[in-house]
Design a protein around this ligand. Structure first.
Ligand SMILES: O=C1O[C@H](COP(=O)(O)O)[C@@H](O)[C@H](O)[C@H]1O
Length: 260
């Protein structure tokens, strides 16, 4: 008997986890649905292992998802004191800078949750222990990951990702150098401001059980279409991220406009 066909898979998709594509009518519905889905994913992880680990993203759609989660009634079903939070990337700016992904997540969601501060693993800031040295800051974050994982990467239940109009994910930009041999890399001269960033590399993101790419807006439709067309990782990093168990493309109708 042949294996069941994954309805979301394309010929270029990597073997392994299944791929699903869900298209919502608008950005507000997408954010609410992603928040609801996240509550269930965290609950399931805690039911299975007693804890959960989530990798956060920055960007426009993330702010809406975090807001929806902060309002979601079922959020209180999650034991937030047993959730580890990591970041997929960070803009390398001073602590508390409004453009830091951490600042956005704290304001939209984290400040209202009963988290264990020891499980909130923000990426270092440019006024942190390594000063304005993003390579040292990236190495520090890699060491924190390794410490949490007992010498390996910790288990990530879900990695949340937005994507840019150029099909970047986290701070992995098309045709832009970083050290992909590392688990965490500094990024300099980023095509999108601010120019200096820290990012989990694609192999690190791809260790997650589930990767969710959450995308809204017509300006992202070309990037979604490109990433789903089998373009190379260099041209469309968003097409090269996949969860070991599942990859979910969670889109609004506008972002899905150029899907074949
Ligand atoms: O700069 C970043 O951009 C991407 C996408 O953001 P968006 O505003 O175009 O949705 C985001 O995923 C990433 O975390 C962030 O650092």
């Amino acid at each position: 008997m042949s294996a069941p066909t994954d309805p979301g898979a394309l010929p270029g998709d990597p073997a392994g986890g299944a791929t699903t594509v869900v298209v919502h009518p608008d950005a507000a519905t997408l954010a609410e649905a992603a928040a609801a889905r996240l509550v269930v994913a965290l609950l399931d992880a805690q039911a299975a292992r007693g804890e959960a680990a989530l990798v956060l993203t920055g960007g426009s759609v993330a702010a809406h998802v975090y807001g929806a989660l902060a309002r979601h009634r079922a959020r209180t079903a999650v034991d937030w004191s047993r959730v580890d939070l990591w970041w997929g990337d960070e803009r390398f700016l001073p602590a508390g800078h409004p453009d830091r992904n951490e600042t956005q997540a704290r304001a939209a969601l984290l400040d209202g949750l009963p988290l264990d501060p020891g499980r909130v693993h923000a990426m270092p800031a440019s006024d942190g222990p390594d000063g304005e040295d993003p390579e040292a800051a990236a190495a520090r974050y890699a060491a924190a990951l390794a410490a949490a994982g007992g010498g390996r990467l910790p288990r990530f239940d879900v990695v949340l990702l937005g994507i840019g109009p150029d099909a970047h994910v986290a701070s992995v930009f098309p045709d832009h150098p970083l050290d992909a041999g590392l688990t965490v890399s500094a990024v300099r001269d980023s095509p999108k401001p601010p120019p200096t960033r820290i990012t989990l590399t694609l192999p690190t993101l791809n260790t997650a059980d589930e990767v969710w790419l959450i995308v809204a807006g017509r300006e992202k439709a070309g990037a979604v279409g490109l990433a789903r067309s089998g373009a190379s990782a260099a041209k469309a990093p968003a097409g090269a991220v996949h969860g070991r168990v599942r990859t979910r493309w969670l889109l609004d109708r506008d972002a899905a406009a150029e899907l074949r």
